[in-house]
Design a protein around this ligand. Sequence first.
Ligand code: AKG
Length: 308
Amino acid sequence: MSKRELQTRPAGAPSEELTEILERDGCVVLKDFASQTQVASINSELRPFIEATMRSSSDFGGYKTTRTGALMARSPLCRELAIDPRILSLVERFLGPYANTFQLHLTQVIRVLPGEKVQMPHRDRWAWSQIPTPPEVEPTVNPVLARLMTEIEPQLNVMLALTDFTNENGATRVAPGSSRLPDDTTPPDDAFVAAEMQSGSMLVFTGSVFHGAGANTSDSDRIGLNIDYTLGWLRQEDNQYLSCPPEIAKDLDPKLQTLLGYAVGGPSMGYFTPPLPAGEDLSPPQRALEQPMKPVRLDADGRLEFAE
Ligand SMILES: O=C(O)CCC(=O)C(=O)O
């Protein structure tokens, strides 16, 4: 494949134009998406959680990288970002051909520490169909799923730079134009571009484009705020019902509640039956947010105790 440039546009560029770039390149940088004041506030709100996060410990996740999740439960400023109209209009336009509803897939601060090695190039859509290497990993690639994933765009991601992103400190490396390569063809090294950008700018990239975190050869951290969106009918990578349970979600903006999955996601997707009191009919998920659910207990035989 021939090398393409990574395009940069103003943060307020029309979603039609950005969608065209995403369909062609799979990635685009939005300049100055957040102000320096906003970046400083987000950094100080998240710092205690980031500092307390253990390092990843896998070849894929790195050994000098921290990934701090549950941002919708933990951070009011990240909640605002997740429902920013500039992002949501892009999500709806880009993912719109493949679903009627959309949801959060993952929310995570990724901090690449000095000394971290370059991450394996990958597509995020492999989260559903399995990463094909190393070959001994189980479960193996499901060919039907892998093919289905090439026929849709299941995911759109944003990465807000909370520090400057440079080639030296591990800026995300993306291969513009790699979205339609076969899964078993990794783009050559020179097809990748470091998404260098100042803090406050944002890399937008799809679930199909090859990318990965860069190596950090500098002596300071690279910090990015990653929020991913997916189709309403697919399973979320980060289980939002556990990362942001009803007792927290009940106080959030209704738009965010919907994105977390606390809404019916299709004609009959996502309803629930409250276990107690008995007699409740199939309920929309919002019902779990309106009034606290009764605590449930199991008897000695493991059956739900029928409360009066
Ligand atoms: O942190 C980055 O720049 C990208 C990380 C990434 O692609 C991943 O962990 O899946």
